[in-house]
Design a protein around this ligand. Structure first.
Ligand code: M6R
Length: 608
């Protein structure tokens, strides 16, 4: 998603703006731009594509100026062209924006009628024109910004720069996050603290509806009614989150290999290894009193939630309703005081998930958040936060955040089971031991199987379509496997519950359709084998992911069998995620795609 930066600096800011934008690259973008004030006049450079294009533009034609704003754009309204790239300029005003101005069409008509000339297809340009129109009527920059914000519907984080005002950037937040950074005689704005990390770790997060006047001397924050408000300063963890690829070719591969460590770190937050019991993680939520749990998330986080549903219902006997956030918020689910609502998000900024959280909060439902970014909006607005300690995840395709979400959900299921007396002391110890074994088992899996998976990926890369099948917790894993493959390799892939195959998808099976079957030797193995037979009978190519016993019992020829270590059933979805991620990764590498920043995708989806 779009990223915003702003600097009220002491020296030339263009290089710093680009540096900050580089730290926002992980969010996904397709064009970029910066604008500065040079002797009171606005100047900008913009470029399609990656930041290297903007850098070479700046090299050919440098920008002077000690105050400026910058932007990475993830296209919503209008193609990713230079013309549509931010900053947008109108009379005396430059604007960068993350979000969607939902009433942009009516505003544009109104502005056009008043004589405004539009030079892009973006929704953002109406913001710049509105500010200019109020300035033209005699408003000060502050007044013009405030009057403009009052006209906007939708979601926005904004930074506005004004001609002849070389000591002021106005920022505003309604939805997508915006942080103010405090420096030594310099001040900053950024979509997140990671962008600001090279400059400062002293940040103020704007709250929804806030707008801020940022100058050399500091920041004044106002709420939507225009009242001056105090917002706390805090030390951000952004600096610690600055990541590099180390010796790995891609962030995704590095993040896959970090999993043994980060899963273990996450588990240790919830489990007392010495007593083999769960720590009292559910303070504030009495699981014994709940009659149901609503869970909502998007994408990979949603699939983690689906696996969590199997666990929570099985171990805590607590009914779980789960929806993708974009549906939950509009389906008018009846809510009551005996339920809690849990939201899962790596970034903690996903617009749909956040909207559901707010919808539930308004109805007085207790809110829990399973998030990876502790300073995120979802974390801050929740009653109770269950952190995933995956560390910064840069690859757009979620890997370590997913398995850490699973580790947290597994912990919640057992903690809830203890609270509801559905898990005995002995069972708790056994399940804790299973969780503790995750570090070793994930490390073994990554250590032993990758070369074979890489070789297999070379074959997989030749196909145009792939199916994934699984039963029980391996069904959501099949969905996740398909998502992972399609988002980074661009090969069409779908996941199905293995039992659903004969209800439609089996029509697709022929020799050009590899079918990846996730089937550890558990209580559902035989059932899944029957579905594999159905595929084999129709000439489908099977890639089986199973354990040694499963490999021994398989009675048909497979294109390949990936043999996993034997793992306790409880944690198998976490371990079986690993070959699925590696398969997608290596296939994408063979396809030659941009693995860490696949086309059209954003790391943090802050629009609806
Ligand atoms: O930051 P979130 O976990 O809320 O993001 C949710 C999805 O956008 C995300 O999981 C997406 O599906 C990933 N690209 C999957 O790899």
């Amino acid at each position: 998603m779009c990223g915003i930066v702003g600097i009220v600096g002491k020296s030339a800011v263009a290089p710093q703006l680009v540096d900050a934008l580089k730290r926002l690259e992980y969010r996904g973008y397709d064009s970029a731009g910066v604008a500065t004030l040079n002797n009171g006049k606005l100047e900008r450079r913009r470029a399609e594509g990656k930041l290297v294009n903007l850098e070479s533009r700046l090299q050919d034609s440098p920008l002077e100026g000690t105050i400026g704003i910058g932007h990475t754009r993830w296209a919503t309204h209008g193609a990713p062209t230079e013309q549509n790239a931010h900053p947008h300029f109108t009379q005396g005003v430059a604007v960068v924006h993350n979000g969607i101005i939902e009433n942009f069409a009516s505003l544009r008509d109104e502005l056009k009628e008043a004589g405004a000339q539009f030079s892009s297809q973006t929704d953002t340009e109406v913001v710049a024109h509105l500010v200019s129109s109020y300035l033209a009527k005699g408003a000060t920059p502050k007044e013009a910004a405030q009057q403009t914000l009052a006209r906007l519907e939708g979601a926005y984080a904004l930074a506005i720069l004004f001609e002849n005002h070389d000591n002021m950037i106005i920022g505003a937040r309604h939805g997508p996050p915006l942080a103010v950074g405090h420096g030594d005689g310099e001040m900053y704005l950024g979509s997140d603290s990671i962008a600001l990390a090279p400059f400062t770790d002293d940040v103020t997060y704007l709250e929804d509806g806030d707008w801020a006047v940022v100058t050399h001397d500091g920041v004044e924050v106002f709420d939507s009614a225009g009242n001056k408000v105090d917002r706390a300063r805090q030390t951000s963890q952004g600096a610690a989150m600055v990541a590099d690829k180390g010796n790995y070719k891609h962030f995704m591969l590095k993040e896959i290999h970090e999993q043994p460590e980060v899963i273990s770190r996450t588990i240790s937050h919830y489990v007392d290894f010495a007593t083999e019991t769960f720590k009292p993680i559910s303070e504030g939520i009495d699981f014994a009193k709940l009659d149901r749990l609503a869970v909502s998330a998007c994408g990979t986080a949603y699939y983690a939630g689906l696996i969590g549903k199997y666990w929570i219902e099985r171990y805590a006997r607590l009914p779980v309703e789960i929806d993708v956030a974009s549906e939950f918020r509009y389906r008018e689910m009846p809510l009551n005081g005996n339920m809690a609502a849990f939201f899962i998000s790596q970034s903690g900024e996903t617009a749909d998930t956040l909207a559901c959280l707010r919808y539930c909060k308004q109805s007085g439902v207790q809110i829990g958040a399973i998030v990876n970014v502790p300073e995120s909006t979802i974390a801050r607005e929740s009653d109770i936060v269950f952190p995933t300690l995956a560390g910064i995840e840069v690859g757009v395709a979620s890997t370590k955040a997913f398995t850490c979400q699973l580790a947290v959900l597994a912990s919640i299921a057992i903690a809830a089971g203890r609270a509801r007396c559905t898990v005995t002391d002995a069972e708790e110890k056994e399940l804790v031991r299973a969780l503790v074994s995750l570090e070793r088992l994930s490390s073994d899996t990554l250590g032993s199987g990758e070369a074979k998976i890489e070789a297999l990926s070379r074959d997989l890369a030749k196909y145009k379509n792939v199916l994934y099948l699984g039963r029980g917790t391996n069904f959501p894993l099949a969905l996740e496997g398909a998502l992972k493959l399609k988002e980074i390799s661009y090969i069409h892939a779908e996941g199905y519950a293995a039992g659903e195959l004969k209800h439609g998808p089996i029509a697709l099976i022929d020799e050009d359709m590899p079918v990846i079957v996730i089937a550890p030797f558990d209580g559902l193995y035989e059932k899944t084998m029957s579905n594999m037979q159905e595929v084999a009978a129709r000439g489908g190519q099977i890639i089986l992911i199973t354990d040694e016993k499963g490999a021994e019992h398989v009675s048909i020829d497979t294109m390949s069998t990936i043999v996993m270590p034997e793992v306790p059933e409880f944690i198998s979805p976490i371990i079986y995620s690993l070959p699925i991620q590696l398969l997608a990764y290596h296939t994408a590498v063979f396809m030659g795609t941009d693995v860490d920043q696949p086309r059209n995708l954003a790391k943090s989806v802050t629009v609806e």
